[in-house]
Design a protein around this ligand. Structure first.
Ligand code: ADP
Length: 415
């Protein structure tokens, strides 16, 4: 529809912008989380380094205190390299360090170039690798969690947006169709009323030959039929929507009934105008149906086959059994439907194309009503088309009814 494009593109742009802003926000949030966890890791590594420095300090102080307590070098025994004999033994110092700083290892060789040597050169202080590995693991877990939470947030919010967008698009579409419907109904009411006024004035103000009067009567009847059909459809739609569409179902043999409805419709639309061909299964097919409502279904389908096809028309109505179902198929060789319109033709007020460019009168209620009535009969209706310009086929599937048992012939009473 021509006036739909700007609204929808505006919606799309808004939706895309919101999604983009959301993704940027979440990306930024993930980045912050990753940086935070990096900072935490760094701080913890610093703390570990600090504990190593503290261990070094503690050991150095113990060495210095021992030297201070025994200023005479000759009395210092048992030291490393035999210089500081009064110092605590190396094993005692190592035990003291490890008890206070479990993450610090006292090793004869450094693990990294930053590892400081003890004051007396007895060993090196290294950080054990396990806490760092654990910290790295924690960091990757934090990053993974942030990424998962971010992805979940994006998916959740975008799904919400998609639902909202769809709902909004549906509502806008319905509003637009309603607006189109109002102008279509106005047009559908005005045209036959204006034409009836002209014919009435002509009949009352002029003396016309009988033949012309009969022709005008015919035209007036057609206008009245048109008005009647429109009002009938409107009333049925209103009833269907409020749930008060009452069906009077009874066993119905389809062959004779369908033939009658099709022929009457052909006559109404102008004999032969439909190019009608009936292909009925020879076996009797029964359904449990309301003849009036089902008649509306067939009439609406035939009326569309007439409206949406150019002359010479070729309309085929097929009646067939299919297992437990009965199929009524109405197909034409008219304008057809594009794949994008097919699923929407049964929507209320839907009409293909733009109201301004649409040449054919209609309200977009006929197929909605067809679907409502068929569904209420426990059946389903489908539209198919090989594409625009290649005709359309509407298939009504109804649950089949076993033919009612024949009444036993009554024996003539004995004389
Ligand atoms: P209306 O005919 O009053 O517009 P309908 O509900 O009967 O409303 O049909 C909805 C729309 O589906 C029509 O406007 C038309 O565009 C399309 N349509 C229906 N039947 C046919 C058909 N046989 N061939 C092509 N298009 C069709």
């Amino acid at each position: 529809m021509a006036n739909r494009a700007p609204t929808f593109s505006l919606q799309r742009v808004t939706f895309l912008s919101v999604s983009l802003v959301l993704c940027v926000q979440v990306g930024w949030w993930i980045n912050v989380q990753i940086r935070e966890s990096g900072r935490l890791l760094h701080a913890r590594a610093e703390a570990l380094n600090a504990s190593r420095a503290e261990a070094w300090q503690m050991d150095s102080l113990s060495v210095l205190n021992a030297i201070h307590a025994n200023p005479d070098p000759s009395s210092r025994v048992g030291s490393v390299e035999g210089r500081f004999a009064a110092l605590p033994s190396f094993e005692q110092r190592r035990a003291a360090i490890q008890q206070r700083f479990p993450h610090v290892a006292v090793l004869s060789r450094p693990l990294s170039p930053d590892d400081p040597a003890l004051l007396d050169g007895a060993a090196f202080l290294s950080l054990r690798p396990e806490p760092m590995i654990e910290l790295q693991d924690q960091r990757w877990h934090a990053v993974l969690r942030a990424a998962t939470e971010g992805a979940f947030m994006v998916i959740a919010v975008l799904s919400g947006f998609v639902l909202l967008y769809r709902k909004l698009a549906e509502e806008l579409d319905l509003k637009l169709r309603q607006r189109n419907f109002t102008s279509a109904v106005t047009h559908e009411l005005k045209t036959p009323i204006a034409s009836l006024r002209v014919w009435t004035e002509t009949l009352f103000t002029r003396t016309l030959p009988e033949e012309q009067r009969a022709r005008i009567h015919g035209l007036m009847e057609r206008d009245l039929d048109r008005l009647n059909e429109l009002v009938g459809n409107l009333l049925d739609v209103a009833r269907a929507e409020s749930g008060s569409l009452v069906l009077h179902q009874a066993p119905l043999e389809l062959q004779p009934w369908l033939r009658g409805v099709c022929e009457a419709m052909d006559l109404r639309l102008g004999q032969g105008a439909l190019g009608l061909k009936l292909e009925f299964d020879s076996k009797p097919l029964w359904v449990n149906a309301d003849p009036k409502a089902l008649g509306t279904v067939v009439e609406n389908l035939l009326s569309n086959a007439f409206k949406y096809a150019s002359e010479p028309r070729a309309t085929t109505v097929t009646l067939d059994g299919d297992g437990d179902d009965v199929l009524i198929v109405v197909s034409d060789l008219g304008h057809g439907l594009s794949p994008k319109d097919l699923p929407r033709v049964f929507h209320r007020f839907f009409r293909v194309g733009d109201e301004m460019t649409r040449q054919v009168a209609g309200t977009g209620l006929g197929l909605f009503l067809v679907k409502e009535i068929v569904t209420r009969h426990g059946g389903e209706v489908r539209a198919a088309s090989r594409g625009a310009g290649l005709g359309a086929t509407f298939t009504v599937r109804l649950p089949r009814l076993a033919p009612p048992a024949e009444e036993p012939a009554t024996e003539p009473a004995d004389a």
